[in-house]
Design a protein. Structure first.
Length: 230
């Protein structure tokens, strides 16, 4: 089981002039695309094209799914933008159609990045509920689920740190990770009903050198919490 806490902030930049949508079309099911030039700069805008929050160059392993097409006019010129999302539906926005080419990102197949999931198990949910006042974040959950498949992902997965930084940016850079159980004794006591779940979690965090417990971040709404399903 992996436990992590992270704080992060979003960013935006205001566009210099207004865009107007004159035509749109929705796609269902969404179809997979990836950058035509992987790693190139391509801004991801909001629906009114007044601010952006992502740059696709930070997602070199991501497959993007097109859910909508819009024609926008800007002065005398017009551009087709696609509303895209990643597989986990944690990153979404509008990007000019010309930046894409059809198909699954070839970089995601080797790493399994395209198949990360954000679901949690019933036991993980019980542990999450112990951390009062934290925000359950699907991106962190997907990161934890993927990392939980390996005892030491930094060594087991080629380019693991690079992939994480490229996919999650500041979220990964500000994440604190602990793995439990680290000691067999608390686990045995928990399984035999000798200690409560919260006491077990806190003891294993301490065993791993953690300087926090389930109540440390109570009420701190800028914190995200994740657990792997193992």
């Amino acid at each position: 089981m992996g436990i992590g806490l992270a704080s992060f902030a979003s960013f935006s930049t205001t566009a210099s002039a207004a865009y107007k949508t004159v035509k749109s079309k929705t796609y269902s099911p969404a179809k997979p695309y990836h950058q035509a030039v992987i790693g190139g700069s391509a801004l991801m805008w909001n629906a009114r094209h007044t601010a952006y929050s992502h740059n696709m160059q930070n997602y070199p392993t991501t497959t993007w799914y097109v859910t909508k097409s819009v024609k926008m006019v800007h002065g005398k010129s017009s551009t087709i933008f696609w509303r895209v999302r990643n597989q986990q539906n944690t990153v979404t926005g509008y990007v000019a159609r010309g930046y894409f080419t059809k198909g699954i990102n070839p970089n995601s197949v080797a790493t399994g990045n395209d198949h990360w999931q954000s679901e949690i198990s019933p036991m993980s949910q019980k542990v999450l509920d112990l951390f009062t006042g934290t925000i359950k974040d699907p991106a962190l959950q997907a990161m934890a689920n993927y990392s939980g498949n390996y005892s030491n992902p930094d060594q087991s997965v080629p380019g693991y740190a690079r992939i994480m930084k490229a996919t999650y940016g500041a979220i990964y850079s500000h994440t604190q990770i602990s793995y439990v159980p680290n000691s067999k004794s608390p686990l045995t006591d928990f399984r035999h009903g000798k200690i409560a779940l919260e006491d077990y979690i806190n003891s294993t965090i301490t065993d791993n050198g953690g300087n926090y417990n389930t109540q440390t971040h109570k009420g701190q709404k800028n914190w995200g919490l994740f657990l792997s399903q193992k």
